[in-house]
Structures are given as structure tokens and as C-alpha cells.
Design a protein around this ligand. Structure first.
Ligand SMILES: Nc1ncnc2c1ncn2[C@@H]1O[C@H](COP(=O)(O)OP(=O)(O)OP(=O)(O)O)[C@@H](O)[C@H]1O
Length: 549
């Protein structure tokens, strides 16, 4: 079991930094509220035993303290609410930005079932904590204020209370140590649960038609993990509950001892004993609040650790990747070249790492290139390198003879439109501030889906279509983006034979006539003749290259 990273506190302080003035004001106001309540208690106790009864001064003091306690507590809560909400928004924005600007390899390795719980569950946990810190400050101040008043009232009784608090704190520390282990195990299981959720959403069809797998998914997967989380959380919370109840009982032990002192030494001042009991009974609330918040603090520590871990994994954003500014993508593609490019994935335990290259390739503007080869030979990896999604580990990629580096890689990528085999279909038609071309609906007709979908307010009216039809929408998106280089990873694989023929023999030549450079990964060998260049791959290497022009 891993321990909370030291980064958790740093992460919290970094989040609080921009709000330090509001945080400090909230805490100070909270403390003023807490102190005024303590003084209020002393005033009540004095008034109870004052021979003059309730004088005008006491009434004024009482009213003033009530107003001060009320006003400062409300302002403190407003401040902590403001900070809490802004911390959550900031966390969400920061994490979103980190994911958006992380290199593709890091995202592929992190896996979505680990990413989503951090973005949802851990951020929510921090939100619970973010709203708790000012009330915590109030409770702490009330407790300290009450302790001060107890010391004023009677030293022996105060010391008795200190001993009781020391015992209570020891019990809480023990409980916290035990409880946090459970919380960590439960948090690890949340990732597992997310994986099962992904499987039941993504594999819904397969699970319907495979009863044993469905049962296993429910029994060992969802039910097993949910029960584990439930039992572990119950055990951990119970530890805190037992510790809290033991702590509560300590109050009555101390009150009992104070009353015993009073009966053993009847000379003791009655005001002292009643004040002591009054303060103790009042203090019980804030102390229980402090103790009750400990599980929230423990869970927040774990959430901060997860967020710090994600931040660490995504701590090297792609340099020069623009989220807000407009770059200056090159406008002309005369030649794309791969010069001795090599790339290797990290080795997976038990199997050898896949290595691509060294590959040399030259693509001229307006060419149609087919990349072909068996499954797993490295075609997609090759185009990810060509697209600038992976940076070559050796060799370089050249555009018009100029090497692509970290500085211009994001601009370079803007030259391409891609439909991957595992593409994501965005339902908004054209990105950025570009106008939606008037002829979007003409393309829908050309691709024979105008009877199903149209474009309204820059969006497809629906994406609930067949697999092949969805891919046609992706093709329309690609068409409308009007980029100079188009890359299709087995686009035609889901199309019917007629449309497949239209794609290869009409659409690709049309795009070529428009001056586009087209790179196609394909297993359709009957259309290989259409290629200006046929690149055949085997085990990560280009084995033959046929040029027909
Ligand atoms: N993210 C990854 N991490 C580790 N290895 C990977 C990763 N992606 C691919 N590989 C490995 O790289 C090899 C080439 O994969 P790639 O997707 O480039 O093949 P492909 O030729 O496009 O295959 P297909 O025709 O099946 O789409 C595979 O053998 C695979 O094991």
C-alpha cells in the first residue's frame, strides 16, 4: 500500500495560493466568531452568578457578541464557499488542460479507467474538503478559546481536560492510521470499478449474448468490487466512529471528575464548577466537529495524492502546444519525408517491445499513398509518426525539406485531417472560427446520407447512425476541414462494396484533383493499383515501395 505523497500538501497549498487573502480573512473571521462565542459563554456564566443580575452593560455585551459571532461566521462561510468553488473549478480546468496538452504516449499509457476517477471522484472528494476548512478553523478556535477560559477558571480542572484531550487525540491518531489504509484500498478499487463500468458500457452487446461472461462481470466484477469498497469504507468509517464515541465519553468522565472534585472539596467556587461544566458541554460540539472531519481530511489526502500522481505523469506537457493562441501552420505541402525514423514502444513484461524503423519515405504533394501490410506490422504507428503524434526517437520528419521539431510540431499537425480506425466522431462540423461551408449538405448527398442527417447550426442533426454511415460523417468532417493532407486508416473497411468502390475510384481521385495529398492504410488489394506509391510494411519495416508515376 502506498503512503500519501508529500506532494499532497504542496498541491493543496498551490491551489490555495491565489486565494490566500480570502482564505486568511475567512479563517480570521472564523476565529473571531469562535472567540466571540467563547466570550459569550464566559458572559453567560458570570451573569448566572452575578449578584447584580442582568445589568444593561451585560445585555449590551451579550447582544454585541451575538451579532459579532453571527456576522463573522456568515462572512467566513461565504469566503470558504467562494474559495471552495473556485478551487474545484481551477482543479477541473488544470486537469483538463494537462490531459489536453499531454503527449499522446502518456495518455495511451495512463488508460481512461484510471483517468476518469481522478477527474470525477477525486475532484469531488477535494470539494468536500475545500468547503470544510473554514468551519474547521472556527471549531479549532472555539476549542482553543474554551481551553483558555478553562485555564482561567481552574488550573487543576484545566490540566484534567488536557490529559483527557491527550488521550482522545492518541485514540484519534490510532484510528486515523487504521482508517486511512482502508480509504486507500477503497480508492484503488474505484479504478477497478471504473474499468468494469467501461466494459459494461462499451461491451453491452457482447455481454447480452454471453451469459457466463455477463454473470462473471456482475458477480466478480461490479458486485465484488462494489461490495469490497462498501465493506472497506464501512470498516474505516467504523474505526473513526468508535474513536469519536470514545472521545465523547471522555467529556463525561472529565465532567464526572469535576463534580467529584466539587463534592470532595465543597469549598470550591460554585461558579467555577458550573462554568467548567457549561464550557465543557459547549466544547463538545466543536471538538466532535473537528474529529468528525478527520475522515474527510483523510480521504482528501488520498485524493490529493492521486491528483499529484496524475499531475506528475502528465507533468511534461508538449512544448509549444497551443490551447488558446492561433499558431501559424504552414500552408504549402510540397514534400513530406521520413528520414531514418525509428520508434519503439516500451517493453511489455513477457513480450518484446515493438520497434518501428528505421523508415525512409518521401511523399510528394498531390500523391495518393497506400500503406499496406499484415495486422500489427506498424502501419498505424507509422502514420502517428508522420502526423507528428509520436515524436521520432531517432531520425527526423521533414516538411518541404525542413525538419519538424518540438517548436513547430503542433503547427505541422494542423496540415492533416485524419480518420483513424478508432476515430472519434465530433458532432460539430468545423472547428474554430471557420465558417461552415455552404456545401456541407452537398457532401451529405454525395455520401448518400442526406436523407438521414443534415447540418444545422454547425452540427450534424444526429450521429445515431450505422457504423458505415458514421464513418461517412467523419469523412464529411475531413472534407470540410480543407486541410492539404488527408490520412485514412482503413476508412473503407466498414463500407458496402458499392460505396467502397466509389471511395477508391471516385472520391480519392476527386480529392487528388483538388490538389490534396492522400495517405491511405488499406487491406483492399483490388484497389492498390490506384496508388501513386505503394508502401508495404513487415514487422515495423518498409519492405517494398512501388511508385507508379
Ligand atoms: N500503445 C501501444 N503500446 C505498446 N505497443 C503498442 C501500442 N500500440 C501498438 N503497439 C504495438 O505496435 C505494433 C504495431 O501496431 P500498429 O497499430 O501500428 O499496427 P497496424 O499495422 O496498424 O495493425 P492493424 O492492421 O491491425 O491496424 C503492434 O504489434 C502492437 O503490439
Amino acid at each position: 500500500m502506498t503512503q500519501p505523497a508529500p506532494g499532497a500538501i504542496g498541491e493543496l497549498l498551490a491551489l490555495l495560493k491565489p486565494f490566500r487573502l480570502i482564505v486568511a480573512t475567512s479563517i480570521v473571521l472564523g476565529m473571531i466568531g469562535g472567540l466571540s462565542v467563547t466570550v459569550l459563554l464566559a458572559t453567560i456564566n458570570n451573569a448566572l452568578h452575578s449578584p447584580d443580575g442582568l445589568t444593561q452593560n451585560v445585555v449590551a455585551l451579550f447582544g454585541g457578541l451575538c451579532l459579532l459571532a453571527l456576522g463573522s461566521s456568515i462572512c467566513s462561510d461565504i469566503g470558504s464557499n467562494y474559495v471552495g468553488q473556485h478551487i474545484i473549478a481551477k482543479l477541473r480546468k488544470t486537469l483538463g488542460e494537462k490531459v489536453l496538452s499531454a503527449p499522446i504516449e502518456q495518455i495511451e499509457r495512463y488508460r481512461s479507467h484510471r483517468l476518469i476517477p481522478v477527474l470525477t471522484h477525486d475532484v469531488d472528494t477535494i470539494s468536500d474538503f475545500a468547503f470544510a476548512f473554514a468551519p474547521l478553523a472556527i471549531s479549532l478556535t472555539v476549542t482553543l478559546g474554551c481551553m483558555g477560559y478553562l485555564a482561567l477558571l481552574s488550573w487543576p480542572m484545566f490540566l484534567m481536560m488536557v490529559v483527557a484531550i491527550a488521550i482522545g487525540t492518541g485514540i484519534q491518531f490510532y484510528a486515523q492510521g487504521k482508517g486511512i489504509q482502508g480509504f486507500m484500498a477503497a480508492r484503488d478499487a474505484e479504478d477497478e470499478l471504473q474499468k468494469h463500468y467501461n466494459a459494461i458500457a462499451g461491451g453491452a452487446k457482447e455481454l447480452r449474448i454471453h451469459r457466463p461472461r455477463r454473470q462473471r462481470m456482475f458477480d466478480a466484477g461490479i458486485k465484488g468490487t462494489a461490495d469490497f469498497i462498501c465493506n472497506t469504507q464501512v470498516r474505516s468509517i467504523n474505526t473513526f466512529v468508535i474513536a469519536k464515541t470514545l472521545g465523547s465519553m471522555l467529556f463525561f468522565v472529565v465532567i464526572g471528575l469535576a463534580l467529584a472534585l466539587q463534592s470532595l472539596w465543597p469549598s470550591a467556587d460554585k461558579a467555577v464548577t458550573s462554568g467548567f461544566v457549561l464550557v465543557l458541554l459547549y466544547m463538545k460540539g466543536p471538538i466532535e466537529h473537528l474529529v468528525g472531519t478527520l475522515p474527510i481530511v483523510s480521504r482528501a489526502r488520498i485524493a490529493f495524492r492521486r491528483i499529484a500522481e496524475l499531475s506528475g505523469k502528465f507533468s511534461s506537457p508538449e512544448p509549444h502546444l497551443l490551447l488558446n493562441e492561433q499558431g501559424t501552420p504552414p500552408s504549402v505541402v510540397e514534400r513530406l519525408q521520413l528520414d531514418n525514423v525509428s520508434y519503439a514502444f516500451p517493453a511489455v513484461p513477457g513480450s518484446e517491445a515493438f520497434r518501428l524503423g528505421p523508415v525512409n519515405l518521401s511523399i510528394e504533394q498531390g500523391e495518393i499513398i497506400f500503406i499496406v501490410g499484415e495486422n500489427g506490422c506498424g502501419k498505424t504507428t507509422l502514420i502517428k509518426l508522420l502526423l507528428g503524434l509520436y515524436a521520432p526517437q531517432q531520425g527526423s520528419i521533414l516538411l518541404n525539406g525542413q525538419a519538424i521539431d518540438a517548436q513547430n510540431r503542433d503547427d505541422y499537425r494542423q496540415l492533416f485531417t485524419t480518420i483513424f480506425a478508432d476515430y472519434y466522431l465530433f458532432d460539430d462540423v468545423v472547428q474554430g472560427d471557420q465558417q461552415i461551408p455552404e456545401d456541407a449538405n452537398t457532401y451529405l448527398q454525395r455520401l448518400e446520407i442526406a436523407h438521414k442527417v443534415s447540418v444545422t447550426d454547425g452540427r450534424f442533426t444526429t450521429t445515431d447512425l450505422s457504423t458505415g454511415q458514421r464513418k461517412r460523417l467523419a469523412l464529411i468532417n475531413a472534407w470540410l476541414e480543407e486541410r492539404p493532407v488527408l490520412v485514412f486508416d482503413e476508412w473503407a473497411a466498414d463500407q458496402d462494396p458499392t460505396f467502397r468502390r466509389i471511395f477508391y475510384t471516385e472520391l480519392l481521385p476527386d480529392l487528388k484533383r483538388l490538389g490534396k495529398t492522400i495517405i491511405v492504410i488499406s487491406h483492399d488489394d483490388r484497389y492498390f493499383d490506384l496508388a501513386d506509391q505503394l508502401v508495404r510494411m513487415e514487422s515495423g519495416r518498409v519492405v517494398t515501395e512501388r511508385t507508379t508515376v
